[in-house]
Write a protein that binds this ligand. Sequence first.
Ligand SMILES: [Zn+2]
Length: 297
Amino acid sequence: MDYVEVTEHVGYVPGAVNIGVLRNDDNAVLIDTGLDKDNGRKLLRLLEEQELTLKAIINTHSHADHNGGNNYLTRNTEAQVYAPSIESGIIENPLLEPIYLFHGAYPVRNLHNKFVLAKPSKVTHIIEPGKLELIGLEPEIIALPGHSYNQIGVLLDDVFFCADTVFSNRVIDKYRIPVVQDVTRHLETLNKLEEMTCNLFVPAHTKPIKDIKPLVAKNRATTKAIITDIKELLKEPRSTEEVLSLLGEEYGLDLTVVQQYYLIQMTLMAYLGYLYDSKQVEIKLENNILRWLVLDG
Ligand SMILES: [Zn+2]
């Protein structure tokens, strides 16, 4: 793990999840903690090398790859944990992530792994958008809902840690349907991000970038194309499973892993819910099968 300094008080640790570091004198705050104990251990070693004491963790959202290191870090330091509501409930009760993926039922064993089920950690402070006072610094918490319900970003010294709001071209071209839990909020968040100017944007899963606009445009175009393609499929009534199968075929998805199936299905449900609530599709319940049908086609 390497520490990349951006300003006197702000840096990051590049990786599968880019981890933000806020520092002042001998104290540090981490923004997210990575997937697991291993990430937690490496992050703590890195802070020790920098002669920093971990005072707090800010979690941008509750997905396991962003808070899986919390458990190790909070057991081995005095760090307080800051997270927005809803996300905090899942961080404290991580079984809720596979539970929601499995429609609220007790999740099948395929969903009991660290990629969707982090170790629990106590959230000591529920955060709201606005300034936060930590280690003598005043990072600003900015709401970024959409990818997850109450995702937040952290802004300090003109460096914006913008979590999973945008994915890279490579990830989008590979996975085709990036995880979104609320499509309406996701589109609003992309608009908000596009209006922001910062010295550096640090998305969690791609390289930090000065100009976020091209990535926002790519992510918005991806969402709009998925909406169009789903509506096209719904010119005749189809069940969620049929839409998933046909869209998967169109996009060349090879869903052979149960966990991947449920993640994509959740995202598809977010799109169907968005289309229904914006009155673009209707629900047909016949023969005990729920089908979706486009309204203007
Ligand atoms: Zn995420």
